[in-house]
Design a protein around this ligand. Structure first.
Ligand code: PGA
Length: 243
């Protein structure tokens, strides 16, 4: 794993964007694995800015997302699909048919099977963008999840529900389960960029860098991947030693 630490999330997001931009300039039909949450927002802003300047086109790009809440329709304002529409897809020239997303409503078992089939047929992502939960989750693989699972339903941990509650008016509106890609599928990406900003992530980053691989700390699975880039701001890196 390579680690980059920047004084703030603007510079850290710019580093992530430079890697994404290089990949997109090299390969117009790149496949990007995307994540939601507050962490990648500045990266998505940079992607939109360069698209608007005519520097990058997403016409041939395909994307898949790693997770979606169970019980929220695509059109719900807090669904992850809406999040991606509002924060990226609506502002670039991506073909809607090239956007792949797990479905959190309807026949969930069927949705799981279909998403695994979709991911299988898409092949390995050129770049997978990830955030990290304060408890070390990646996508919604919560602590204790087998690294061998593909797409599955997960009950969100109390700390994740608490972290996510800032986006909802009331705690009882926060979904308690999600459909998520498994770690096995996430690790198929050719390159993984994990972003971590803010002091709230400092314990998770310390664990990721200093502790053993264990299913009790899902992000540790990344240690077994050959091309992982961790990009932090100085708050997220405050509990580790770096140059
Ligand atoms: P955040 O979430 O970007 O909103 O901090 C990251 C995550 O839970 O994976």
């Amino acid at each position: 794993m390579k680690l980059y630490v920047y004084p703030n999330d603007n510079l850290a997001s710019l580093k992530a964007y430079e890697i994404v931009k290089k990949a997109l300039l090299n390969k117009k039909n790149s496949l990007l694995g995307l994540a939601t949450g507050s962490t990648p927002l500045k990266l998505y802003d940079l992607m939109i800015k360069d698209y608007k300047k005519g520097i990058i086109s997403y016409k041939e790009v395909k994307t898949y997302n790693v997770d979606e809440y169970i019980g929220l329709e695509e059109s719900h304002d807090q669904s992850y699909r809406q999040f991606m529409n509002c924060n990226l897809f609506n502002h670039i020239d991506i073909n809607i048919k090239n956007i792949y997303f797990p479905k959190g409503v309807g026949n969930i078992n069927k949705n799981i099977k279909e998403y695994d089939k979709t991911l299988e047929s898409l092949g390995a992502a050129d770049i997978q963008i990830l955030g990290i939960g304060s408890n070390g989750h990646i996508a919604f693989n919560e602590p204790g999840t087998s690294f061998d699972l593909k797409t599955h339903v997960t009950n969100l941990s109390p700390s994740t529900i608490k972290d996510n509650s800032r986006f909802f008016l009331r705690r009882d509106q926060v979904p308690t389960s999600a459909i998520t890609m498994g770690i096995k599928s996430i690790l198929k990406a050719k390159k993984i960029i994990l972003l971590a900003f803010g002091e709230n992530k400092s314990n998770a980053i310390k664990k990721l860098l200093e502790e053993e691989v264990t299913e009790d700390f899902p992000a540790s699975a990344l240690k077994d991947h050959p091309d992982v880039i961790i990009i932090c701001d100085s708050d997220a890196a405050k509990k580790i030693k770096y140059n």
